[in-house]
Design a protein around this ligand. Structure first.
Ligand code: FE2
Ligand code: FE2
Length: 319
């Protein structure tokens, strides 16, 4: 990664990137667990996306030299325990950091696959306590529409479910008796408007990858997709869904794709076979995705995390 270089105005041009902190597969010297978290660096700004589970984020951040206390915001993809389990550890370091999430992230939810005992995928009690504290402190921002945190850095909010071949990806319910289906309506993803096109970051993508990509293209007004990284929960996808998904993916003409977390080994292999090894590689902790030069605010538009005129965080007024 290149060194920061000073601009004429004195603010620094710094590289932007996404680092996979928690994933089901481990990079060298790092830990893994079924879960997901990513560290986002936009010039001098830092955002955490999800927290993973079982403390893996703390170990991997240390090994990678990432200081979680530098985070200025937390974006939560949804409420499942493999994304929310380490909320309390994160907020022990960052008590006043705002959280951006979907409605009802705190709900109890269960995975009730036929012939198996119901699995409790609810946020753990420690995470629920944090969620209610954040509401009390006015730090929990519930999105009902897309939001730009910084220029070119978007959070989808709820994703419209429009395709006829996608569903939440599993036997998900709001009760252990499997009587109330869980639409995981809190599911959100992020996007980054890079000079090579859109980079899309997913948690579990329970809204469906095709729904999510279509929505981000529509909201951003950008067609070109540079790459996609994250969990797609296609582990139990039907052949019909898989075929329709692969067909759509081919049409996106991406430069790269890094499926990981809950995508499922079989689905990941099918993606690689269909789209090619030069496009699809499998994710693991420690992967760093270069976002290049991210856009600055040349329009004076409102951005949630911008505290200067330019969106670089320096308040220097450059564009
Ligand atoms: Fe997950
Ligand atoms: Fe999930």
């Amino acid at each position: 990664m290149s060194e920061a270089t000073p601009n004429a105005c004195g603010c620094e041009s710094q590289p932007s990137s996404i680092t996979l902190l928690v994933d089901n597969k481990a990079g060298e010297g790092l830990s893994c667990v079924h879960g997901f978290a990513a560290w986002i660096k936009i010039r001098d700004r830092r955002i955490l996306f999800d927290t993973g589970q079982k403390g893996v984020i703390l170990n991997n951040a240390k090994v990678l030299g990432i200081d979680l206390a530098e985070a200025e915001a937390l974006v939560m993809s949804h409420g499942h325990d493999d994304h929310t389990d380490n909320l309390a550890d994160f907020y022990a370091l960052n008590p006043s950091v705002p959280m951006y999430c979907g409605a009802n992230i705190e709900y109890d939810r269960f995975c009730c696959r036929p012939g198996e005992d119901a699995k409790n995928w609810s946020p753990p009690p420690s995470a629920k306590r944090i969620l209610s504290n954040l509401s009390f402190l006015g730090l929990r921002h519930v999105l009902d529409q897309p939001l730009y945190l910084l220029p070119g850095v978007g959070v989808t909010g709820p994703v419209p479910r429009l395709t006829d071949f996608e569903d939440v990806g599993d036997a998900l319910f709001l009760d252990a008796e499997a009587t109330k289906p869980d639409p995981v309506s809190d599911d959100m993803s992020m996007w980054f408007e890079t000079d090579k096109g859109l980079v899309i970051l997913l948690g579990c993508c329970h809204s469906g990858i095709v729904n999510t990509v279509n929505y981000i293209r529509q909201v951003s007004g950008i067609e070109k997709i540079s790459g996609i990284v994250g969990g797609m929960h296609l582990i139990r996808a039907s052949e019909y869904r898989m075929n329709k998904t692969l067909e759509a993916m081919k049409g996106w003409k991406m430069d790269w794709m890094i499926p990981c977390h809950c995508t499922g080994d079989n689905a990941m292999q099918q993606m690689q076979d269909y789209l090619g090894k030069d496009i699809v590689s499998f994710g693991h902790t420690g992967i760093v995705i270069d976002l290049g030069e991210m856009p600055r605010n040349t329009t004076g538009a409102y951005y949630e995390m911008c505290h200067g005129g330019c969106g670089c965080g320096g308040g220097c007024g450059c564009a």
